[in-house]
Design a protein around this ligand. Structure first.
Ligand code: SF4
Length: 282
């Protein structure tokens, strides 16, 4: 069962994405869910809450995602590497804390083949190759170039997109701008916010590098969106950050994502969703 329990205001957000089910719950409801999942009885005084869970089919198995149809599988989403050139304070992936791992090319090619095959079967005009995070995909330079070239040689046109921190080496910038059709870029806004929350791996600033990428995207008139992460410490700076990005970029789409403290042993705040991926808080 794909289940997310995320702290929310004075309670929790319970989310079963494959069931398309979400509701706000208190701690007693979370305990009840855990009890029922383990096979224990609901217990005294919980029959009303248990009846609610029953009525929404909460314990039904996840639907078979394959039944969603070929269209849903025309996107090959690849997490290329766990390596990252930033050390964001809220990174759920703990990038850099362990030796980097990189996706084998054979696995990437297999995913691309399947997405293309499904697109052909569905009569779609194209398929998509999406480089995702959990690391910075542009760090896997060799793999990214190889897989983009492979995808471009398939039977249908391929739309190539990437979620990136935008801190691209100058040597790769032109290639990335030439080969990425769209970009989801993480930038937390004003220089002091970006540099504090998203420092370089060596401890330096990252703002200037990201702005250079933004200017490159604008110059090429690329489709891109900017994702800003907000923490308690920086929420007051958010209006100024959005103002700055509106002035300094041609970006038409901003997505603000809150980072929240989770009841875990980690001292870092965890994110409900991140530049790089989704976080399970269970
Ligand atoms: S949040 Fe993304 S960009 Fe930031 S350190 Fe983690 S993997 Fe790197």
């Amino acid at each position: 069962m794909a289940l997310y329990v995320v702290p929310y205001e004075h309670g929790f957000l319970v989310y079963r994405p494959l069931k398309r089910l979400a509701f706000v719950a208190n701690a007693a409801m979370i305990n009840l869910i855990e009890r029922l999942r383990s096979g224990a009885p609901a217990g005294d005084g919980a029959s009303h809450a248990a009846a609610f869970l029953e009525s929404v089919g909460f314990f039904d198995p996840d639907p078979d995602v394959d039944r969603d149809g070929a269209q849903a599988r025309t996107v090959a989403v690849l997490c290329l590497t766990t390596a990252c050139n930033l050390r964001c304070t809220y990174c759920y992936a703990a990038a850099g804390d362990a030796p980097a791992r990189t996706l084998p090319l054979s696995a990437g090619r297999a995913a691309i083949d399947e997405a293309c095959r499904n697109a052909v079967a569905a009569g779609a005009p194209s398929f998509t190759l999406a480089f995702h995070g959990g690391g910075e995909p542009t760090m896997a330079r060799r793999e990214m170039r190889s897989l983009v070239a492979y995808a471009r040689r398939r039977a249908l046109p391929c739309h190539v997109t990437a979620a990136t921190n935008g801190c691209w080496p100058d040597a790769d910038r032109a290639w990335l701008l030439d080969n990425l059709d769209s970009v989801s870029l993480s930038c937390d806004g004003a220089a002091e916010v970006q540099n504090a929350q998203r420092p370089a791996a060596g401890g330096g600033a990252s703002f200037d590098a990201v702005m250079k990428t933004i200017r490159g995207l604008d110059a090429r008139e690329k489709a891109y969106g900017i994702r800003l992460t907000v923490t308690d410490a920086t929420v007051d700076a958010l209006p100024g950050s959005v103002d700055l990005l509106c002035r300094e970029s041609g970006c038409a789409s901003f997505q603000v994502e809150p980072a929240h403290a989770a009841p875990s042993a980690s001292s870092k705040p965890n994110r409900g969703s991140d530049t790089c991926s989704e976080k399970k808080n269970q």
